[in-house]
Design a protein around this ligand. Structure first.
Ligand SMILES: Cc1ncc(COP(=O)(O)O)c(C=O)c1O
Length: 377
């Protein structure tokens, strides 16, 4: 379907930097620089200096970043990892695939883990807290880090939706032992397909990740591979970021700050225009407390399905991420629980289109459609 206003307009994004993308594509194709080449190294270096995190290892997705992180920690099978049921299934899939057990906490009204719920879930089997910074907004990291310290737990951050976001001026992904990021096209920094990366300050983990992502082989120093790349230390995974994808995100990184500002502008404009309607709108924080990247702009309404359908009929590509808590998906065979706020939020959320290139006219069209819907009610 051709939307009047898509959730994100990828064509516009491409046209903005078309020249750079095409010249990189040409160069890479002619040279055959496809796997673990210059653009990948450049990407890792740039992220490392941007996040002020010593080590960055790019991989094929955030799912893989989570898998590698959990695998590298060597937790005993069936160890418990505290996280949330309001996340993309990938978070829990990674925990399960490594043979660990997700233990789910309820969420707060900011859609992230309710830190007051964590301590009562900690048992002898708990090994880590896995906060998910959802929709471009950081979790409340002071409490999480305090609890982790008190109970000697690792913190693995799922930053898939929040690259560039900060809590008290510190980037998400740099609080815990590792931060896992996604470069999926729908993210605040998106490739033209799958991609992801891990950041850590732990050198041993870093070396493990380098090998894990490449079948257990490959060691490098100052960006150069050493002879010992042919030594295989253990069975690893095949999860490398393509050089072509790295070139795309390297180009897009140049506009990161500008794009985050533009996303914030759209969010502010939505908030100003929708404030008198029967909706719960995302809070706009002081940047010194939370810097949000508005990967999604999520409103809450008692009329979820009605408004969702109305907007789609008007050509606006709205989404519901996600309509059902993960523990209600029978096939996943998760423990039967009932998390009050999680249940409520799933029945009320709608994500409106938000992207840096969005015009004022597009924003006004959506705002007017929403006003019209409530006028008719
Ligand atoms: C919160 C969260 N975690 C993990 C993932 C997995 O990311 P990827 O698609 O890069 O594997 C996603 C993807 O949407 C996500 O939203």
């Amino acid at each position: 379907m051709k939307w009047k206003i898509p959730y994100i307009d990828f064509g516009r994004q491409f046209k903005n930097q078309e020249k750079s993308h095409l010249s990189n594509f040409r160069k890479i194709m002619i040279n055959g620089d496809f796997v673990l080449r210059d653009e990948v190294l450049k990407f890792e270096k740039t992220i490392s200096s941007l996040l002020k995190s010593n080590y960055v290892v790019s991989v094929n997705s955030c799912t893989d970043a989570l898998l590698l992180s959990l695998a590298a920690m060597n937790f005993k099978k069936k160890s418990e990892i505290i996280t949330v049921g309001h996340t993309y299934v990938a978070t829990l899939a990674a925990i399960k695939h490594i043979g660990l057990e997700p233990v789910l906490a309820d969420i707060s009204d900011d859609f992230n883990i309710d830190t007051r719920q964590i301590e009562k879930l900690i048992t002898k089997k708990t090994k880590a807290i896995l906060p998910v910074h959802l929709y471009g907004h950081s979790c409340e990291m002071d409490s999480i880090m305090k609890l982790a310290k008190k109970h000697n737990l690792k913190v693995i951050e799922d930053c898939a939706q929040s690259f560039g976001a900060k809590f008290k001026r510190k980037f998400v992904g740099t609080f815990g032992e590792v931060g896992c990021f996604s470069l999926h096209p729908l993210k605040s920094l998106g490739a033209a397909g799958d991609g992801g990366f891990i950041v850590t300050k732990n050198k041993l983990l870093y070396e493990k990740f380098l090998r894990f992502r490449n079948h257990g082989q490959g060691r490098r120093k100052n960006g150069k591979y050493l002879k010992s790349r042919y030594d295989i230390d253990y069975f690893g995974f095949c999860t490398r970021l393509d050089n072509l994808q790295a070139a795309i995100v390297n180009t897009k990184l140049k506009k990161l700050n500008k794009n985050i500002n533009l996303r914030n502008k759209v969010a502010k404009s939505y908030n100003n225009s929708l404030k008198n309607l029967p909706l719960v709108l995302p809070k706009i924080y002081n940047k010194n407390h939370y810097l949000d990247v508005f990967n999604s702009y999520v409103i809450r309404t008692k009329k979820q399905f009605g408004l969702f359908k109305f907007l789609r009929d008007k050509g606006v590509e709205v989404l519901i991420n996600w309509p059902k808590p993960l523990y209600h998906h029978k096939g996943l065979r998760l423990k039967k629980i009932f998390l009050k706020n999680n249940e409520k939020i799933c029945k009320e959320i709608i994500s409106l289109p938000i992207f840096p290139e969005m015009t004022k006219a597009e924003q006004n069209y959506i705002i007017n459609c929403i006003k019209l819907y409530f006028r008719k009610k």
